[in-house]
Design a protein around this ligand. Structure first.
Ligand code: ATP
Length: 233
């Protein structure tokens, strides 16, 4: 579904990604783990069109996706939830959600809203409340819900566990599995490698902008190099 081949990208003259190869197939959760500054966020921003690659190619559903505007990629089904969540604080939960579905007509929007409320019932309870009054965990659910309103086929999540308790992190990651089971592929960036590897079908370990290891999630969690460097074991 998504294929990165030898992708190079960075900021101005600063090269961050070095010939990165990565794939995500339909129906899988793929985790991207690695230390601070390894280039995880840059990878997502390059896929979503915010950062332009300086080399290599990105294809989504067999079509070139590099050099394409982010809004065009959203309508093709590729949607990112940014790490800072970027909610509209004074707007209500439902207004935030409806904004996420701007590319669809009224009828599809109502259907998507019902699905988000089924996944996160707390958002239905808080529908008329301002987004800024929600707890951290609820705000993360809202950010994911708003991305789902665009009906993505590939959802990219940047550190959804940031600032959440372990219990809330598991609740959010549980929802990520449900999203996958509903047929949406997920590319998940996580600082918290143990939790990400526990739910991922496959994972990549990123070091200095390149994938140094990849494999099935549980298999990587047993790898001695991963255990020593990322799981503190
Ligand atoms: P973190 O978990 O800290 O976010 P990360 O693996 O997601 O780490 P990136 O955010 O992709 O890493 O950052 C990779 C490198 O790019 C870092 O050295 C960072 O300082 C640099 N960087 C990130 N954003 C910018 C920017 N807008 N301009 C210049 N350099 C940047």
């Amino acid at each position: 579904m998504l294929r990165l081949e030898a992708v190079c990208a960075g900021y101005h003259r600063l090269a961050i990604l070095h010939e990165l190869d990565l794939t995500v197939e339909a129906g899988e959760i793929v985790a991207l783990v690695g230390a601070n500054g390894a280039g995880k966020t840059t990878t997502l921003r390059t896929i979503s069109g915010v950062v332009r690659p300086t080399g290599g190619s990105i294809t989504f559903d067999g079509e070139r996706a590099d050099g394409v505007r982010p809004s065009e990629l959203v309508s093709r089904g590729l949607v990112q939830v940014p790490e800072d969540r970027a909610l509209f604080g004074p707007l209500t939960v439902e207004e935030n959600l409806r904004m996420g579905g701007w590319i669809h007509g009224r009828q599809r929007l109502d259907g998507a809203l019902a699905e988000v409320y089924e996944l996160f019932p707390i958002l239905a309870e808080r529908a008329r409340q301002a987004a800024e009054t929600l707890s951290g965990g609820q705000q993360q659910m809202l950010a994911i819900g708003r991305a789902l309103m665009a009906r993505p086929r590939l959802l990219m999540l940047d550190e959804p566990s940031t600032g959440l308790s372990p219990k809330l992190t598991w609740a959010v990651l549980g929802a990520v599995k449900t999203i996958r089971d509903r047929g949406v592929a997920v590319l998940l960036v996580e600082q918290n490698a143990a939790q990400a590897l526990a739910i991922a079908d496959r994972a990549y370990v990123l070091e200095c902008g390149t994938a140094v290891l990849s494999g099935q999630g549980p298999e990587l969690a047993r790898d001695n190099r991963v255990r020593a460097a990322y799981l503190g074991l």
